[in-house]
Write a protein that binds this ligand. Structure first.
Ligand code: NZQ
Ligand code: ZN
Length: 385
């Protein structure tokens, strides 16, 4: 196992009816900016519940954070924070709203050009405003991690940033808040969490017994409840399990002390920035092809995945690996998530464009061993067709 630091200060307020408890975790005299997306929180009543829980505090609202939040929109919120002397932020929404709020928290107190935060992947962040979140979509894990992803529309650049200062102070995880999600977003959430786990698990063995078993437990649980979550929107236990699985998939626990890949995500980010495909849907396209192109480098873990997650015990090693990848693809397809570029009308002539963007964004040495160069990306994208 590698050396590691594990630090996660986010308080989780889990369960039905927990929105009311935010009152205990925000300073009583704070001036609060509540940030949200395109309006689902108004339609579902969650925003009203949040405003009631905020009690007598001075509260301003900032709506309109789009899926794949943009730098351009978020800078408008930064302006409000500065001019209105806001001292606490509250994100109410999915990963996009929480990521956007992290950016606003850091950019509002940053002295230079806020784009530095994106250019440096967050290393320039030395402080941030305190913030909490009320989660309405199980997928990204943003509610309990310190990362965010923001898109600069002008250059079609989707950049991730991280900082010890951008953990939420608290996150409310009330599974009933996800009852109103369209099935497409539920399916996206299952796929995103699945691929967060594989990016930290399907690398090479370092004898990290419990990280492997945690990852396998999360994958098995997702496979068990993924379709149920689609078909039984008001089943509390299913939604509760999905919510906690997605949080644990990317809160640092399973990734501590093990190699990590993230190449599927980096290629996926380019597909979202160029063609507007939902984040999780890009991952469903790239992951099966990535595993197949890199099956030698990942052989030991792919065999472990085949045996422990998909219960494949027959056949040669190569057959087991091929079947495990096929079963992963079938799982995504059963959730209604397509696994090829052609499903989005993207064909061979678009590949150069994607490769150019990877190069522009310096994504030229990806993967757990930095061996996913542009040639490997091209092979992967060709297999995605
Ligand atoms: O904008 P509103 O009106 O709220 O509607 C949203 C949005 O259209 C809707 N929605 C959310 N909760 C709902 C709801 N509709 C009905 N009922 C509810 N309860 O769902 C749509 C998608 O929301 P979004 O927040 O964009 O989805 P998600 O949580 O999947 O977040 C995706 C973003 O997170 C980033 C992605 O790149 C993408 O930008 N990621 C962040 C990560 C992190 N911070 O650690 C890791 C991930 O790998 C990912 O990259
Ligand atoms: Zn993701």
């Amino acid at each position: 196992m590698f050396n590691f630091d594990f630090y996660n200060p986010t308080r989780i307020l889990f369960g039905q009816g927990r929105v009311a408890d935010i009152d205990k975790h925000i300073p009583p005299h704070a001036k609060v900016l509540v940030l949200y997306g395109g309006g689902s929180v108004k339609a579902t009543g969650t925003l009203k519940e949040v405003l009631t829980a905020l009690n007598q505090r001075q509260v301003l609202e900032f709506g309109g954070i789009e899926p794949n939040p943009s730098y351009e929109t978020l800078m408008q919120a930064v302006d409000i924070v500065k001019t209105q002397q806001i001292d606490f932020l509250l994100a109410v929404g999915g990963g996009s709203v929480i990521d956007g709020t992290k950016f606003v928290a850091a950019a509002s107190v940053y002295d230079g050009d806020a784009r530095d935060i994106l250019k440096t992947r967050g290393t320039v962040i030395k402080k941030a405003l305190p913030f909490g979140s009320v989660l309405t979509l199980s997928a990204t894990g943003s509610e309990m991690n310190n990362g965010g992803v923001v898109t600069q529309k002008s250059t079609q650049t989707k950049s991730a940033f991280f900082s010890v200062h951008t953990f939420p102070q608290f996150s409310v995880l009330d599974p009933t808040k996800t009852y109103t999600l369209p099935t497409r977003q539920i399916a996206n959430g299952v796929v995103d969490a699945f691929v967060h786990i594989t990016e930290q698990y399907l690398t090479y063995p370092v004898n990290a017994l419990v990280q492997d078993r945690f990852a396998e437990g999360l994958l098995l649980s997702l496979i068990e409840i993924g379709e149920q979550a689609l078909h039984h929107p008001q089943d509390y236990d299913t939604r509760a399990n999905l919510m906690w699985i997605a949080t644990l998939a990317l809160n640092g626990l399973i990734g501590a002390g093990v190699p990590q890949d993230w190449s599927t995500h980096m290629i996926g980010h380019e597909l979202t920035a160029l063609y507007g495909i939902d984040h999780a849907r890009t991952l469903a396209i790239v992951l099966p092809a990535m595993l197949s192109v890199r099956k030698e480098a990942k052989q030991d873990k792919l065999l472990q995945f085949a045996q422990r997650v998909w219960q494949i015990n027959e056949g040669t090693e190569q057959q087991k690996i091929a079947l495990a990848i096929a079963k992963t693809r079938e799982f995504f397809e059963r959730l209604g998530v397509d696994t090829s570029l052609s499903a989005y009308n993207i064909s061979a002539e678009h590949i150069d464009n994607i490769i150019n963007q990877l190069q522009n964004h310096k994504m030229t040495a990806l993967g757990e061993k930095r061996e996913v160069n542009l040639d490997v990306c091209r092979q992967v994208l060709t297999q995605c067709l």
